[in-house]
Design a protein around this ligand. Structure first.
Ligand SMILES: [Zn+2]
Length: 134
């Protein structure tokens, strides 16, 4: 069974600096959300979890995969595969109103070189779906 979820974490820290426990705490949250969702649907074992990770979330894919496997041990998600889908960052320019893709928090508007960009996509981590055995 495939369940579609849409749980958002908006990462509170704007800094792109990765803290050592960052991926581990995210992985634990992913396992918790997936486990709760599976249980509420009568699922006994989680086989697969799909997450979307924004390019500005400061998440290293390899570290997240590693931490997920560790965090899932002793849970119903033990041994589940984790698919990480990268999401490109976008920002709205306060000067020209244009929505543009950006590569970092320090980018200027690609159109007018304005400095006031509001990030509208790219800091998030979503648990998109899980596949469970009942
Ligand atoms: Zn602009």
């Amino acid at each position: 069974m495939l369940y579609r979820l849409r749980k958002d974490f908006l990462l509170p820290n704007k800094s792109a600096i990765v803290k050592s426990m960052h991926e581990m705490s995210l992985a634990m949250s992913i396992v918790e959300i997936a486990s709760n969702a599976a249980r509420s649907q009568g699922g006994k074992i989680i086989n697969h979890v799909e997450v979307e990770v924004g390019s500005l979330a400061g998440v290293m894919e390899e570290a997240l995969s590693f931490c997920f496997a560790a965090a899932a041990q002793d849970s119903i998600a033990a041994g589940a595969t984790l698919k990480i889908i990268p999401v490109a960052a976008k920002a709205r320019c306060a000067d020209c109103g244009e929505i543009q893709p950006i590569d970092s928090f320090f980018d200027n508007c690609p159109r007018c070189q304005g400095h006031q960009l509001e990030i509208i996509q790219g800091r998030e981590l979503h648990v998109l779906s899980i596949i469970v055995d009942e």
